[in-house]
Design a protein. Structure first.
Length: 165
């Protein structure tokens, strides 16, 4: 509701052999939070030079680069140089705070970067929704996010570490 995006999406989400259910569901969450006509899953784990998701303009320029996890500062620097907007969904519990403390000074110089933490209890709850034929609903209202299946609902309260102006 907050974004004015009301679409039913039929997605085929391939899970990399080394990818956990938690990471796959974070990737799906990142997709629904940024859904739009040109947003695409990429080769992700298969390609070092691509994010997990991106939105490219019709002329091929990268408008939005979306990464997951705790990438190196150099990867983020390269992403910020290649894309108009970079969004990082960090997850992993306590390690996110440690990663942020280590990289904060270097990352806050980028004017096209947003760093969002997804709390550990949230990503674990999302992982429990993973199923071969998932039917999920996502609601975003007044800044609150819910992912729902027929059986359960997962509230999501992302923590914004950094949002460039």
């Amino acid at each position: 509701m907050d974004r004015g995006f009301y679409e039913g999406l039929n997605l085929t989400l391939a899970q990399h052999p080394s990818e956990t259910d938690e990471r796959m569901m974070v990737r799906l969450l990142a997709f629904v939070l940024n859904a739009g006509e040109l947003l695409q899953f990429t080769r992700g784990l298969y390609a070092d030079d691509e994010p997990d998701l991106w939105k490219k303009s019709l002329s091929g320029e990268i408008e939005t680069w979306i990464d997951l996890g705790l990438p190196t500062e150099s990867r983020i620097r390269k992403a910020c140089a290649r894309a108009r907007q970079v969004i990082l969904y960090a997850y992993g519990g306590r390690s996110v705070q440690l990663w942020w403390e280590k990289n904060q000074a270097k990352l806050q110089r980028f004017n096209n970067l947003t760093v969002i933490e997804l709390p550990l209890e949230t990503t674990r709850s999302l992982a429990s929704l993973a199923d071969r034929n998932m039917q999920l609903q996502c609601t975003i209202e007044d800044g609150h996010i819910w992912i729902s299946s027929d059986a359960t609902q997962v509230p999501i309260d992302p923590v914004y570490y950094y949002r460039s102006s």
